[in-house]
Ligand binder design. Sequence first.
Ligand code: GTP
Ligand code: MG
Length: 396
Amino acid sequence: MPSWFASLLNPLLQILSTLGVPEESGPIVALILLYLFVTLLIISLLFLIWRVSRRGRAEAVRQPEPKQDGTAAVSAEDESPVTPVPVVQPVAVGSLHSGLRKTAASLIGRLEGVFGGRHTLRSEQLEELEEILITADFGMATTQTLVAALEKRFAGTDAESSAIYQVLQEEICLLLQAANPPSVTQLVTPEVIMVVGVNGVGKTTTIGKLASRFVREGQKVLLAAGDTFRAAAAEQLSVWAERSGAGIVRHDDGGDPAAVAFDAVQAAVARKVDLLIVDTAGRLHTKTNLMEELKKVQRVLDRAVPGAPHRTLLVVDATTGQNALVQARLFNEAVGVDGIVLTKLDGTARGGIAVAIAAELKIPVCFVGVGEGVEDLRPFNAEVFAEALFSADEAA
Ligand SMILES: Nc1nc2c(ncn2[C@@H]2O[C@H](COP(=O)(O)OP(=O)(O)OP(=O)(O)O)[C@@H](O)[C@H]2O)c(=O)[nH]1
Ligand SMILES: [Mg+2]
C-alpha cells in the first residue's frame, strides 16, 4: 500500500473504530467511504464547470428589452464609442454537397452521356457540353469561357472523361475564386449587415440562420425588423430572434424602415452588440422608388455608425435561374452588393447560377441556403463548391 494512501486510511480507520465499526470490517468500510467521497467530489466539480459555462453563455446573449412602443431601449449610460474589435469570426466550411445533390446528379449524368469513357474531343461534344452548362444555369458568358478552356486543353486529343471533368472543375473553381471575398473584413463593432432582395427569396429565413450561427459562435447579435411593409414580417423575425438567442428592434407594421434602422443601430451601439443584421422588405429590382428607400436606410445607418452598412448582402433564389443574375446586376447598381446568399439550392438542379454570378458580376457568393431549417445555411467555399458539382455519389 503506498505510504500516502496509508496516511489517508489510518485516521479514517481510527474514526471508524471509535464509532464502533468492528476492526475486521474497518478497511472495507473506509474504502467504500473514500470511494463515495471521491465520486461526490467529481460530480460537484462537473456541476460547477457546467454552471460557470452556462453563466458565460447567458451573459453573451443577455440584452435589455425593447420599449413598449417597439423602439429600442437606449439609455445614456449605455452609449459607448465605437471601438475596433475583431468582427464576425470566420466560420467553418460546412458541406455544400447536400445543396448541390440535384445539380451534381444532373450534371454528372448528362456529362457521362457525352464524355463517358475515353474520347477524342470534337466540336459536336463541345456543343453538347455548352447545352448542358446552359441548362444548369451557368449562363452564356460563363459557359463560353468554360468550353473555350476545355477546347484549348483537349481539342483533337484523346482524353479520359475524368481528365475532362477535372479540368472543368479547376476552371469553375478559378471563376469562383475570382470573386472570393477578402478573408479579413473591417474591424469594427457593431458590424452592420443589411439584407436585401426581391420578395420571397429567403431574406428573413437567412437572417435567422445567420443570427443562430453567429450567436453560437459567441457573438452578440441584434436584428432590425426593417420590413414594415408586409404584415407579420416583424413577427416572423421575432420568432427567429427568439429561436437564435438574438435581440430584436421592431416597430409597428406600416412604419418607416429608416426609423427602425436608426433605432436599431443606436441600440446596437448602446448595447455593445457585435453584429446588427437589418431585414428589409422584398422589392422588385426594377422599382426605382423602392431602391431609393433602401438607399435611405443605408444613409441612416452610415450616419449613426460611419461606414455602415459594412456589408449589403443580396439574397437570390437559385430556382429563379438567370433572373437571379439580373437581380444581382440591378441591386448592385442601385445599392452596391458586397455578397450574395444563394438560397433554395436544395430545390434545383441548376446550381450553376452561383458560378454565373461570381464570374459575370465579380460579386462573391458568401452563403448558400440548402433547406428551411436553422442549420441549412452553408458558408460558401469555391473549392468545395466546384468539387461538389462533380461528386454526385457523395451528396448527403
Ligand atoms: N427549400 C428552401 N426553402 C427556403 C430556403 N430559404 C428560405 N426558404 C423558404 O422560402 C420561403 C420564403 O422565405 P422568407 O425568409 O420569408 O423570404 P423573404 O425574402 O424574407 O420574403 P419577403 O419578406 O416576403 O420578401 C419560406 O417558406 C422559407 O422557409 C432554402 O434555402 N431552401
Ligand atoms: Mg422577409
